[in-house]
Structure formats: C-alpha cells, structure tokens
Design a protein around this ligand. Sequence first.
Ligand SMILES: Nc1ncnc2c1ncn2[C@@H]1O[C@H](COP(=O)(O)OP(=O)(O)OP(=O)(O)O)[C@@H](O)[C@H]1O
Ligand SMILES: [Mg+2]
Length: 205
Amino acid sequence: MSTNIVWHEATVTKEDRRRRNGHHSGILWFTGLSGSGKSTIANAVSKKLFQLGIQNYVLDGDNIRHGLNKDLGFSAEDRTENIRRIGEVAKLFVDSGQFVLTAFISPFAQDRQLVRSLVEEEEFIEIYVKCPLEECEKRDPKGLYRKARNGEIRDFTGIDSPYEAPISPELIIETDRYSIEECADQVLAYLRQKHFIKGDGSYGV
Ligand SMILES: Nc1ncnc2c1ncn2[C@@H]1O[C@H](COP(=O)(O)OP(=O)(O)OP(=O)(O)O)[C@@H](O)[C@H]1O
Ligand SMILES: [Mg+2]
C-alpha cells in the first residue's frame, strides 16, 4: 500500500458539474451473459442520452481488456480485479458529472457489490440484462459459445464458469421479450422516473 499520499480536494466539485450539466451523474452497470445484449443496449441508451444533450460515456468489456486491463485473464481472481479497476474508473466518470454505461458480464455478485460500495446510493444503477442462455447461445454474435462448447475457450460464463444473477437490481431488461429500442427506452424511463434526467433532457436533480 502507498503511504504519504494525500487526497487533494477538487476545486470544481461533482455538484458544480451536475448543476452545469443539468442532470445527475451515475453508473449504469449492465450485467448479463455474453450475448444478452449489454453492449447493444448500452450503446442504444448512450445515443439517446447524447441526443438529449446528456453527458455520457460507454465503457465496454473488450475495449478495456485491450488497454487498461490487458494484463488480466479470465480466472476468478482476474475477473475480480478487472471489475475493481473498471469500478474505480467508473467512479471518476461519476465525479466528472457524467453517466457512465458499463457493459461487462460481471458474473460475480460480490464484485458488483464492491463497485456499488465505491459510490453513493443514488449513483449505482444495476441493470440486469436478462436473456436465457439458450437464446444467447443461439445469437452467439461473436461465435464464442461455439468455441466454448468445443473446448477452445475455457472458463466461459454460462458454460463452465458461473453467472450469479442480480438479486435486487434497480432494473431488469428482458432482451428476448422486447426490441432493442424498447429496452433502451425502459432505461430512459427509469432515469426520468428517478428524476436523474428530465423528460425533455433538460434539468434533472
Ligand atoms: N432486444 C435486444 N436487445 C439487445 N440485443 C439484441 C436484442 N435482440 C437481439 N439482439 C442481438 O443480440 C446480440 C447481443 O450482443 P451484444 O454484443 O450486445 O451482447 P453482450 O451482452 O455485449 O455480449 P458480450 O458479453 O459477449 O460482450 C446482438 O447481435 C443484438 O443485435
Ligand atoms: Mg459486449
């Protein structure tokens, strides 16, 4: 652990930034099986928020693993460290007054809980992207399930690595029942209902 490191308080605060932006900031944490639609929905929501003038950014699994977390694999230990780092990065986005949309399988409840504990209560919105394994496997957008079934990939979530579904997420999105557009609108509706954004995209909290 580092010593002699002192936290420097920011001159421009999170509240200042939110007031300027005219909306709340927080983490929209999408969790679900591979192929459930996390990236698809996160990007659809991001576009809608952008069009409303709401500051936001998507952090996506594969992209982060190309850079920040390229030293990490898929063992339980590495998955935990992967999520911990993403949580810390996401927290910086919240502090910067933006919504950050994260699209990671994040299969372990304990890891998601750790991220939740990093920020304030109204800042962590867990979105369970729910879709039956059979449907995800049928979609197989990256051909990963086929590889996992063939034994070419190990520790694959849903096949030979567990997925712990959220017990009380803020939101459940069922991507086998609703269209991409409808799923994205459900997220927007939640943000409006909580007054994190206003109906017309102007002032929120
Ligand atoms: N209602 C829906 N919502 C989201 N995706 C859908 C829906 N209906 C069909 N799809 C399709 O399902 C696939 C979901 O793939 P996507 O890459 O978004 O999953 P993911 O959860 O990000 O997976 P991974 O963890 O591997 O990155 C896409 O091909 C998308 O077009
Ligand atoms: Mg994805």
